[in-house]
Design a protein around this ligand. Structure first.
Ligand SMILES: Cc1cc2nc3c(=O)[nH]c(=O)nc-3n(C[C@H](O)[C@H](O)[C@H](O)COP(=O)(O)O)c2cc1C
Length: 372
C-alpha cells in the first residue's frame, strides 16, 4: 500500500512525495514577464513533490487575463529561468502549465485588439480580468465574442504548443510541461459540444473534437519527451461556461489515445473546479476513466485534484484511487504544506482578496512552521 508521503516515479520525474501544487494563476507578472517575487513564491513551496506553475500563455493570442506570464518571448524565458533556478536550488521540481485560453479572453488582451479565437463564434458566458494600463486598476470584464479559427490556422496552434514545450524545458529550465486542457480553455473548448459547433475535421464526432488536443499533446511529447509531459483534464466542470452533452465516452476516448504517449502524468479535476466534487446533473465515473487509461497501456501517474483535505488525500493514495494529489488553495496559504500534512498540523487560512494581482502581501508572506 502506498502513502501520500512515499516517493513516486512519474515518467522521467522522480518525486519525493505524492503532493503536487496545483496550477494557480496569481496575475503578478506585469508585461507577461516572471519576476523575482515569483521566484521567491515558488521556491518557498519547493518541498512539494511537484510544483505546477500557474497557467502560462504559449502565445500572445493565448493570453486571457492581465499580468499572466508567457513563454513566447526571450525576456519571459529568462524570467522563468530565474524561477526554475530558485526552485532547483531549494531542492524542488517544477513543470509549467501550457495555456491557450481560446475564447476566454478580451480584445484588450489580444494582439492589435483583435477578437479572441475559439472553435466557433460562441461567446463564453464568463468574465476575464483586465487591468487599466493608465490607472493600474484591475477589474473583471465579460469575455469578448470570439472568432472561429479556420482549419488552416490549427497547425499554427499545434506549433505554438510544441515551441513552448521545447523552450520551457531547454531554455527556461522547467522539468517538464503540463498541457492545460481543462476549465473551458481552448483545448477543452474543442473537446466539448457546448463550444464546438464545427463541421470540419475538428468538430462533430468525438474523434474530431479530440483531434486538436491530441495533436498538441503529441507535438509537446516530440518537443520535450513524453516522460516530461503531463495533461490536465476536467471532464464535467462548468468553469468558464463550458459543457459537454456526453463527457464519459469523450474522456474515455481521450485517455485511451493518450495511453501510448508515455506521459509523466494525467491530471484530473474531479467535479466543478473549486466547487462541488459531485454534480448530480453531470455524473461521471472517474474509476472507469482511470481504468480506460490503464487498460489501454497508460502508465503515467494518475493525479487528482479538487477540494482534497488531508484525510481525503491520504485515503485517495492508500486506496489506489490516485497516485498523486494536487492541492490548490491550501498551497497558496501554506508554503510548507507537505510538512504540515505529514505532521497533521493546522493549516493557515487563505485570503481570497489577494489571489489575483498585487504584490508580496497574500503571496510570499504566509508563515511557514518548517522553513525551507
Ligand atoms: C487563485 C486560483 C488560480 C487558479 N489558476 C489556475 C490555473 O492557472 N490553471 C488551472 O488549471 N487551474 C487553476 N485554478 C484551479 C486550481 O488549480 C484547482 O483546480 C482548484 O483550486 C481546486 O483545488 P483546491 O480545492 O485544492 O483549491 C486556480 C484556482 C485558484 C483558486
Amino acid at each position: 500500500m502506498s502513502s501520500l508521503f512515499d516517493p513516486i516515479q512519474a515518467g522521467d520525474l522522480r518525486l519525493p512525495n505524492r503532493i503536487a501544487m496545483a496550477p494557480l494563476t496569481r496575475n503578478r507578472a506585469p508585461g507577461a514577464v516572471p519576476t523575482g517575487l515569483m521566484a521567491t513564491y515558488y521556491s518557498q513551496r519547493a518541498s512539494a513533490g511537484l510544483l505546477i506553475s500557474e497557467g502560462t500563455a504559449i502565445s500572445h493570442q493565448g493570453q486571457g487575463y492581465a499580468h499572466v506570464p508567457g513563454l513566447y518571448g526571450s525576456e519571459q524565458l529568462d524570467g522563468w529561468k530565474r524561477v526554475t533556478d530558485a526552485v532547483h536550488a531549494a531542492g524542488g521540481r517544477i513543470v509549467t502549465q501550457l495555456w491557450h485560453v481560446g475564447r476566454v479572453s478580451h480584445t484588450s488582451l489580444q494582439p492589435e485588439g483583435q477578437a479572441p479565437v475559439g472553435p466557433s463564434a460562441v461567446v463564453a458566458k464568463t468574465k476575464t480580468y483586465v487591468i487599466d494600463e493608465t490607472t493600474g486598476q484591475g477589474r473583471f470584464e465579460p469575455t469578448s465574442m470570439p472568432r472561429a479559427l479556420a482549419q488552416q490556422e490549427l497547425p499554427g496552434i499545434v506549433h505554438a504548443f510544441a515551441v513552448a514545450a521545447r523552450n520551457a524545458v531547454q531554455t527556461a529550465g522547467f522539468d517538464g510541461v503540463e498541457l492545460h486542457a481543462a476549465n473551458g480553455y481552448l483545448l477543452d473548448q474543442f473537446l466539448k459540444t457546448g463550444a464546438n459547433l464545427r463541421d470540419d475535421d475538428y468538430g462533430g464526432s468525438i474523434e474530431n473534437r479530440a483531434r486538436l488536443l491530441l495533436e498538441c499533446t503529441r507535438a509537446a511529447v516530440d518537443a520535450a519527451g513524453g516522460g516530461r509531459v503531463g495533461i490536465r483534464l476536467s471532464p464535467v466542470t462548468p468553469a468558464n461556461g463550458i459543457v459537454d452533452a456526453d463527457p464519459q465516452p469523450l474522456f474515455e476516448y481521450v485517455v485511451r489515445q493518450l495511453a501510448p504517449l508515455g506521459l509523466a502524468y494525467v491530471h484530473i479535476i474531479e467535479g466543478s473546479t473549486g466547487g462541488p466534487r459531485e454534480l448530480p446533473e453531470r455524473p461521471f465515473d472517474y474509476a472507469a476513466l482511470r481504468s480506460a487509461y490503464r487498460m489501454a497501456g497508460g502508465q503515467g501517474a494518475w493525479m487528482v485534484n479538487n477540494g482534497y483535505d488531508r484525510d481525503m488525500a491520504l485515503r485517495a493514495v492508500e486506496s489506489g484511487h490516485a497516485d498523486i494529489v494536487a492541492f490548490g488553495k491550501a498551497f497558496i496559504s501554506n508554503p510548507d504544506l507537505v510538512h504540515r500534512l505529514r505532521d497533521g498540523l493546522p493549516l493557515n487560512a487563505w485570503d481570497t482578496s489577494r489571489f489575483y494581482g498585487g504584490g508580496a502581501e497574500g503571496y510570499t508572506d504566509y508563515p511557514a512552521v518548517h522553513p525551507g
